[in-house]
Design a protein around this ligand. Structure first.
Ligand SMILES: [Cu+2]
Length: 162
């Protein structure tokens, strides 16, 4: 509940900032037609996998790479799954991690969720995962794109490319 509230509070402040920016434009007497909106992102997902949880049916990490071929930045703002009740985004620093509401996707760049870094945490699976299973993850981005990926469950020690 409080997370929801915080998110809408953030959206509210974003709107306020946009209004302020618009006011400044008018004050400057630009006069020209408001040109195209902010540049678009062009997103794709690669290298997604879930290492088999150490405890059967327990908490799992999720890894993937978001590639952005567009000139606009974006943000991963929500991840959910029809097969697990809880999917959260975590940022890692040294030996600690914290849950975050959004992860940045740079323009012409990548957002990497990988071992030792940012990651997803997946809990409350409907059915205990096994190697070879796939879990659908639905990724929602700030600019309105939603991308669904079928993420394979891999052995605990798997690494992409191996
Ligand atoms: Cu975590």
């Amino acid at each position: 509940m409080s997370r929801q509230f915080r998110r809408s509070a953030l959206i509210g402040s974003g709107v306020a900032a946009a209004l302020t920016a618009g006011t400044i434009l008018v004050a400057c007497g630009g006069g020209g037609s408001s040109s195209a909106g902010s540049p678009k992102s062009e997103l794709s997902i690669a290298d997604s996998y879930i290492p088999l949880p150490a405890a059967p049916g327990g908490m799992a990490a999720g890894y993937l790479t978001v590639k952005n071929a567009g000139a606009g930045t974006d943000q991963l703002v929500k991840v959910s799954s029809p097969g697990a009740k809880s999917v959260t985004m975590h940022r890692s620093n040294e030996n600690t991690m914290e849950e975050v509401d959004a992860l940045d996707v740079p323009a012409h760049g990548t957002l990497a969720l990988d071992r030792g870094g940012n990651h997803l945490m997946i809990m409350d699976w409907d059915k205990a995962p096994a190697v070879g299973d796939k879990l659908e993850l639905d990724l929602t981005f700030a600019k309105g794109n939603t991308i669904s990926v079928q993420v394979p469950v891999k052995p605990l020690t798997y690494r992409p490319g191996s």
